[in-house]
Every structure is written in C-alpha cells, then in structure tokens.
Design a protein around this ligand. Structure first.
Ligand code: NI
Length: 254
C-alpha cells in the first residue's frame, strides 16, 4: 500500500529547482500521495497549480498564523475560489502561533475563525497549526466541533490529543517523534489510537533523524514510519497500512 504524506510544502521556494526529482524520490520510497499545504494566498495558488500538474498530489488552501495579517476580504474570496478546485482536499494550514507571534494575536484569531467558517461552508477537512497556544486553539475548535481534519505536527500532551480526538480530529505526527529527546512525545504516540493517527513530513522543515538539520522531503517519511512502527510495536507494513487508510478517510481520498 502506498504511503501518504499528509502535510508537505512542495509549494515552498526551497523546491523551485528540483520538485520533479523530489517527487521521484518520494515515489521510490513508497510515498504515492502528497498533500501540498498552502500557507498564504500565493502558496495556496501554487499548491493547486502543482497538484493539477503532478499525479498523486492534492492541495489545501489557507493562511498560516504567521501570515494572518495578510487575511482580507480579497484574500478570503481568493481562497474560496481556489477551494472549489477538484484537487483541493482541505482548508489550512491555519491556527494560532504564539511562539513566533509573527502576526498579532487578534489577527491570528480573526484569520483562524474566517477559515474555520470557510471549511464549514464548503464541507472540507481542516488542517490546524497550534504552537504555544493550546487553550486558545481548543476554544476556537470547540466552536466548530464536530470536526474532520488533522492537528498537524502534534507535540502536545495526551490530554490535549484526547480533546482533539473527541472533537473528531486526527493527530498528525512528524519528524520530532524521531528526535533523541522525544520520550515524552513518543509516550503520547503510544496513547493515540491507531485509527486517529496520520503521518507527515511538514517538509522542507523538521527533517527526521538521521537527517536532522537538512532540507526535509516526502521520501523521508519512511524514517518517521519506521519510528512509529517501533513505538507502536507493529511491522513497518502495518504502520503504513493504518496511516494510509486514516489519511484517505480524513481527506476523502480514493
Ligand atoms: Ni506546515
């Protein structure tokens, strides 16, 4: 069964010179489907364009909390038009980031709400980013529950994961589960039920061990799945099968 990278940014300028080679390496590593995640209007447009171009690629459209100050009526209208494209499988990534706080908190909250409304209106799954903003993120999500979607690159507690799962969300794990100091997060992985777990690279960021520090890419999902299989005490093939079935269900894929 083919692996699905549920969160990558091949729309990032990091891949401008070698996207086809990156996709080929993903295929060779068994990664057959990629969800290319928008983070502002331009990258959402690019994600849709690339998804129409490369077989096995889908896109989401959204504005990351870092770029929340760029949300406007025009931006929202553009996202909505893009979201009607058949390659679009979700809205995001969106949410709250109080760690970097690149956009003021009020702007982040506004952009988050507008995108949650859009997802609800269009009946699309959501891709949620939350960093150092757990309680405020959960409060917004509660307004829209029940939900279909992913808490992306999860690094929180089991209590938080459980609340998200109760709202209907899946938990996305990325490179950090492979890190040497990740015992707390690995414990959370053991607690998240199989049927609510998906994997992602979040490339070009967060390369897993043993490639930490380098540009990440979807082919590296194999290292995350190896670690997941080890933590959950199942075979690699079993880890692939479970996470792929979940990813298909969350994003309504074939
Ligand atoms: Ni991301």
């Amino acid at each position: 069964m083919g692996i699905i990278d549920t969160h990558c940014h091949l729309n990032d300028g990091e891949y401008d010179t070698d996207a086809p080679a990156v996709i080929q390496r993903a295929r060779a590593a068994g990664v057959e489907q990629l969800i290319n995640i928008g983070f502002d209007v331009a990258s959402s447009e690019k994600a849709v364009r690339q998804a129409a171009m490369y077989p096995g690629m889908r896109a989401t459209v959204g504005i990351h909390p870092h770029d929340a100050s760029t949300m406007s009526d025009a931006a929202l209208t553009k996202l909505k038009a893009l979201a009607l494209n058949e390659v679009v499988v979700g809205i995001g990534e969106m949410g709250l980031d109080y760690y970097y706080e690149n956009s003021p908190r009020a702007a982040q909250a506004e952009a988050f709400h507008l995108q949650m409304e859009l997802a609800k209106e269009l009946g699309l799954p959501v891709v949620i980013h939350s960093r150092d903003a757990t309680q405020d993120t959960l409060a917004v999500l509660r307004e829209y529950a029940p939900l279909q979607g992913v808490m992306h690159c999860f690094s929180g507690s089991w209590e938080t994961a459980q609340i998200c799962i109760d709202m209907g969300l899946h938990i996305g794990f990325a490179g950090p589960i492979t890190f040497k100091n990740a015992s707390r997060l690995q414990k959370v992985v053991t607690q998240v039920p199989w049927e609510r777990l998906v994997v992602e690279t979040d490339c070009p960021y967060l390369s897993p061990e043993p490639l930490r520090g380098r540009r990440n890419e979807p082919a590296n999902l194999q290292y995350i799945l190896e670690k997941l299989a080890e933590i959950k005490e199942v075979t690699y093939e079993e880890a692939v099968k479970m996470t792929t079935l979940n990813a298909r269900r969350v994003f309504n894929l074939e």
